[in-house]
Design a protein around this ligand. Structure first.
Ligand SMILES: Cc1cc2nc3c(=O)[nH]c(=O)nc-3n(C[C@H](O)[C@H](O)[C@H](O)COP(=O)(O)OP(=O)(O)OC[C@H]3O[C@@H](n4cnc5c(N)ncnc54)[C@H](O)[C@@H]3O)c2cc1C
Length: 334
């Protein structure tokens, strides 16, 4: 193992706020330092102050390097990537860690190309093995799963899914008193690279279910009326909509909405199963959701032992009330 350099953890720090992803990244840095056996450092596009800096301290960040003009570079990821590569070179970084979001996935190849580094995206676990560091990844909603060994002979750039980061919010290291250093990149100010002029978040109504944040799914317990109510509820709440196989078989939706073993494997923040019995073929595709809530009329439905919160209720009563509530909220907000 030739990995002797630092671990650089890039925290994009949107709007100067240390969000869930940022806290997850800091926690990840602390854990990685023990596995790779190298010191780590947080890198930000804006210098954290006050409460935000206290956040970095609570996660044991030993040092924070803020890129001068980094907030402007956020709109030109190609330049930000070059700046990060320059910093990584200066620090002789062994590993560069990025969130697997829009920005991180744009930066990762730029940094890897500039450093001639190995790159691995959507890394879920990192362990020390006999021949080096073993990294496992799951991509395309767990359809791709592989484990690779990094021997440390070249730098490594990784992206970590934000869902995995959010699951490690608890600090595992002692609080620190980080020093904040402003670092000036030597990136030319005049550039012809593409500039981001705006960001459009994905539309929950059309986003691939493997990427959805919140999914409400209809099972065979829905009749045509409750099915339509559920679709309307999803539109009003701006969440994604899924179905079980029997509902797909009825021809009520396209195959891309089907969740489960033969359908999509999903990992949302919240999965709401409505009138779904909880067969293993369906549960197998939702079990990695962060929170599962189920509504079923049958108290013995197998979905209940597989959910975080269960309600024994009739959808014919529940859905009109939820819909009424959502309409009132939407009306009130308008
Ligand atoms: C090889 C194979 C692959 C499969 N792959 C998939 C897959 O990818 N995805 C998938 O979903 N299935 C898959 N299946 C089918 C799977 O085994 C189940 O048959 C299916 O998941 C059941 O769907 P369901 O829960 O909607 O229907 P049901 O099992 O019929 O359950 C309906 C539920 O609704 C409840 N209910 C009824 N009325 C109400 C009401 N008014 N209010 C509240 N609750 C009510 C009932 O109590 C019941 O629990 C697969 C099967 C096989 C053999």
């Amino acid at each position: 193992m030739a990995a002797t350099g630092k671990i650089l953890v890039f925290v994009d720090f949107p709007g100067g706020e240390l969000d869930e992803t940022g806290r997850g990244l800091l926690s990840y840095g602390g854990r990685l330092t023990g596995i790779v056996d190298a010191p780590w450092e947080a890198v930000t596009p804006i210098a954290p102050e006050g409460e935000q800096l206290a956040g970095f301290a609570s996660y044991g960040a030993p040092t924070v390097t803020a890129i001068a003009g980094g907030d402007l570079l956020l709109d030109t990821p190609a330049l930000l990537g070059k700046a990060l590569a320059q910093l990584a070179r200066e620090r002789e970084a062994a590993v560069v860690v990025l969130p697997h979001n829009d920005l991180g996935t744009t930066l990762a190849p730029v940094i890897a190309a500039a450093l001639d580094a190995a790159i691995l995206t959507e890394v879920t676990t990192v362990r020390r093995g006999q021949e080096g560091i073993r990294l496992s990844r799951q991509a395309l909603g767990a359809r791709v799963a592989e484990t690779k060994t990094w021997d440390g002979s070249r730098p490594l750039v990784i992206t970590v899914p934000t869902r995995n980061l959010s699951q490690v919010l608890m600090p595992t290291v002692r609080p620190s008193s980080p020093t904040v250093a402003i670092w000036q990149p030597a990136v030319p100010a005049d550039n012809e690279v593409a500039r981001v002029t705006g960001r459009i978040p994905p539309d929950p109504q059309t986003v691939d279910l493997t990427e959805a944040e919140v999914i409400f799914s209809a099972g065979k317990g829905c009749d045509p009326a409750t099915f339509e109510q559920l679709k309307e509820l999803c539109r009003l709440l701006n969440v994604s909509f899924g179905v079980t196989r029997p509902v797909f078989d009825l021809g009520w939706t396209g195959f891309e909405r089907m969740v489960g073993q033969t359908g999509r494997t999903v990992t949302p923040r919240l999965y709401v199963a409505l009138g779904i019995s909880g067969s293993m073929h369906h549960v197998g595709g939702i079990k990695d959701s962060r929170r599962i809530v189920a509504v079923n009329i049958d108290p013995k439905a197998p979905i209940f032992p597989n959910c975080d919160e269960g309600f024994v209720a009739d959808l014919k009563e529940v859905l009109p009330r939820l819909l009424e509530r959502a309409k009132a909220t939407a009306g009130g907000a308008a």
